[in-house]
Design a protein around this ligand. Structure first.
Ligand code: HEC
Length: 163
């Protein structure tokens, strides 16, 4: 008798779960899709200056080149910091993620040894080496700014009119 009750209760519970599940799926379909993270700029919007990138190149030669190579191609001691493989890793992510990776872990033999204002110039050099255009805006360590710039591998289609 107790068994029968247990079975009935079990079946009822399963039926309830199935119903709840169906309902949530139904509601899920009605709920508007979550918007993707909003960025007002991408790495194609000239987010650093040539002066910065030039300064960054000199700094890169002092602290990063021994592991990441002269062309940022990487090697036995470091990952590539330019090219398809590198950009494929980071595309769609905020520039802040890349900066934070550098700030907290690099140079790997002496993390946090490079001051932020130098690291941001090195980041400008990395952007230049990945063929992103320079402009008049300074790249700064402001995390609000860095979170608002999307790393985008492919150049946006500019043949469409902006309206
Ligand atoms: C002693 C060697 C060494 C030095 C010096 C070094 N790195 Fe690295 N770096 C590595 C290694 C190894 C990796 C791959 C492992 C990892 O991601 O932590 C890496 C990964 C990275 C990445 C992530 C690449 C990716 O696609 O995930 C960035 C960005 C980076 N380094 C930037 C720098 C910068 C900027 C400097 C100079 C300030 C620097 N590194 C100095 C060894 C080094």
């Amino acid at each position: 008798m107790t068994n029968r009750i247990a079975v009935v209760a079990g079946v009822a519970a399963v039926l309830l779960l199935v119903r709840l599940d169906a309902q949530s799926t139904h509601l899920g379909a009605l709920r508007p899709p979550q918007p993707p993270p909003h960025f007002s700029q991408t790495t194609w919007d000239s987010v650093y200056t040539t002066t910065q990138a030039t300064r960054g190149e000199s700094l890169y030669k002092v602290t990063c080149i021994k592991c990441h190579g002269p062309d940022l191609a990487g090697g036995d001691d470091g990952a590539p910091l330019a090219g398809t493989l590198f950009l494929g890793n980071w595309t769609g992510l905020p520039l802040n993620d890349l900066y934070e990776k550098m700030r907290t872990t690099m140079p790997s033999d002496s993390p946090k040894s490079v001051p932020p204002e130098q690291l941001i110039d090195i980041l400008a050099h990395i952007l230049a080496k990945n063929q992103f255009p320079a402009g008049v805006k300074l790249l700064t360590t402001d995390s609000m700014l860095l979170k608002d710039i999307k790393i985008q591998q492919n150049k946006p289609d500019t043949t469409r009119p902006p309206f």
